[in-house]
Design a protein around this ligand. Structure first.
Ligand code: NDP
Length: 510
């Protein structure tokens, strides 16, 4: 949260804008009369804007608007809803560069990755626009003559969308596009670290022609706005991405109302490197997965599980590549690794570095980065621990920063055990040239996503995305599976025999 940032006086920012909530098609202030700040994590002197501190009363207004709009929206033919998604996808594409640069400024990832984040939004908008003309149900033969049987998807009503800061365009789109094409309306609460990205996104949604009330934006804290969305009896489904601890709290609260909840939570993703692997390729995959987005991806690689015979050559390559990474403002073309999101994140990474020093061997990094150009941001050196044991704390807990644990193991079987010895199950990967082993890994790795000869990141929007164990609660985003979160099945039987036919009783003998 940015509300706690101390006022900066050395370079006062002129004309800092104030942004409003978006409710019932209008940009309106919060009834609280309070705002909070969003600042650039690469340079905390750069104040991006003031944003409304929403309240439960604002949430209630937004839910009412969503409910009111829902009546017409759910009756709008799905292909017509899809046309608005197409327009929105095209607007995202038209504004890609502007959005990417705003994202880098607000959350720090290098601008090339920010473009990728926006591209994911475009991809899911177009994929889900197409669902407006598919949204398949089943039409099956009835067991009785002159009878028709089929199933269709129905929208649930109002969807509460609660998102993190690390993919501030992609994740809201991953949630809102399937919700909307299926005929739901949404109340969207973005992370308090990235309210500007959310505002820019919703501005484009308004421009695309989503009718007033179908999309509502309420900025503000998790405790005030988030809880109010979860507790509101007229919100039928919550889609949440964030920390496992927050997700568990939300599931408990929502469970009291038997509300549907889709959770996308933490990860401790591992890459297995076997003795026959192309080590240069593996190094490329590991460095990109571990230090891209400064390790702040849910699919980031934080564990490398390596067959002991190739530990040293792999470590040498990893150290050499990591030492060449340049830290800085993500808008600079020379930057490879941007800042962490905030001071609390730097403190957290630092505390895990201390834990790691006690448990294993630090071979690279381990410090706040404070060189020229870094002094006003939240920078931390990409760090590598070696000779980590599978159950060490740094190998078990999500650090969400640029910290990599290298775990040596004797063979493939031990690698599988180590990989699966975590409470998370989002993404995994294996580097090997042995096709038999690769297929075993696809079977043995207990994660929702498995890569072969690639890093742990790079999901495409037309396949299901999500994880096993404490990474979630069984739902998936993206792909056709995304519709499952936001729809209910309705089974329909049409009897055109003109007489009463009793299923399971009047079936003809054959
Ligand atoms: P948080 O859980 O801190 O926050 C996520 C969202 O939840 C924010 O909008 C936050 O609001 C809100 N929130 C906080 N408290 C509550 C509450 N009591 N009720 C309702 N909403 C609340 O996570 P981060 O934003 O720090 O995101 C990082 C985490 O997200 C990591 O664990 C990462 O692994 C996970 N993640 C998982 C992904 C997946 O697909 N599995 C993808 C991307 C990230 P506020 O900002 O105001 O506090």
């Amino acid at each position: 949260m940015t509300e706690t940032v101390a006022p900066q006086t050395d370079t006062p920012t002129q004309d800092v804008p104030t942004f409003d909530l978006y409710i019932a098609g209008e940009w309106v202030p919060s009834e609280s009369g309070r705002t909070f700040e969003s600042r650039n994590p690469a340079d905390r002197r750069d104040l991006i804007g003031h944003f409304q501190s929403g309240t439960p009363a604002d949430v209630a207004r937004a839910v009412r608007a969503a409910e009111t709009a829902g009546g017409l929206w759910r009756r709008t033919p799905a292909p017509k809803r899809g046309e608005i998604l197409y327009r929105f996808g095209q607007l995202l594409a038209d504004h890609k560069e502007r959005l990417a640069r705003a994202m880098t400024r607000e959350m720090g990832k290098v601008v090339e990755e920010a473009r990728g984040d926006v591209q994911e939004g475009i991809d899911i908008a177009f994929l889900m626009a197409g669902e407006g003309r598919r949204m398949f149900g089943d039409t099956v033969p009835s067991e009785l003559p002159d009878k028709w049987a089929m199933s269709i998807r129905q929208p649930l009503g109002v969807a509460g969308i609660i998102t993190p800061w690390n993919f501030p365009i992609a994740i809201p789109c991953w949630k809102m596009m399937p919700a909307l094409v299926a005929g739901n309306t949404v109340v969207f609460k973005p992370a308090s670290d990235t309210p500007h990205c959310a505002t820019l996104l919703v501005e484009l949604m308004a421009q695309a022609g989503f009718p007033a009330g179908t999309v509502n934006l309420v900025t503000g804290s998790g405790a005030e706005v988030g809880d109010a969305i979860v507790d509101n009896p007229d919100v039928q489904v919550i889609s949440f991405t964030g920390h496992s601890s927050t997700g568990k709290r939300i599931a408990e609260r929502a469970g009291r109302r038997l509300k549907r909840v889709s959770l996308e939570l933490g990860g401790k993703n591992g890459i297995v490197v076997l003795r026959d692997a192309d080590l240069d390729l593996a190094t490329d995959g590991i460095v990109w997965s571990a230090f891209g987005t400064t390790g702040q991806r849910c699919t980031a690689c934080s564990r490398v599980i390596v067959e002991r015979t190739v530990l040293e050559p792999l470590l040498q390559r990893l150290e050499a590549r990591t030492s060449r990474l340049r830290l800085g403002d993500g808008l600079e073309p020379t930057t490879d690794v941007g800042p962490l999101i905030n001071d609390a994140a730097v403190d957290k990474v630092e505390s895990y570095i201390e834990v790691g020093r006690r448990e294993s061997e630090l071979v690279r990094g381990g410090h706040r980065a404070t060189g020229a150009g870094l002094e006003h941001g939240h920078f931390f050196e990409p760090s590598i621990f070696s000779r980590v044991k599978p159950m060490d704390q740094i190998a078990q807990e999500e650090i969400f920063g640029p910290v990599l644990s290298v775990i040596p193991v004797p063979d493939y079987q031990a690698a599988v055990t180590a990989l699966n010895q975590t409470r998370y199950g989002l993404s995994s990967s294996i580097f090997t040239r042995d096709v038999n082993i690769a297929f075993r890994a696809m079977r043995d790795f207990e994660t929702g996503i498995v890569y072969v000869n690639a890093g742990t990141i790079g999901a495409e929007t037309h396949l299901p995305f999500g994880g096993t164990k404490e990474t979630g609660n069984g739902h998936r985003e993206a792909g056709h599976a995304a519709l499952d979160t936001y729809t209910e099945w309705k089974s329909i039987y049409i009897d055109f025999s003109g007489r009463l036919q009793r299923a399971q009783i009047d079936n003809q003998e054959i």
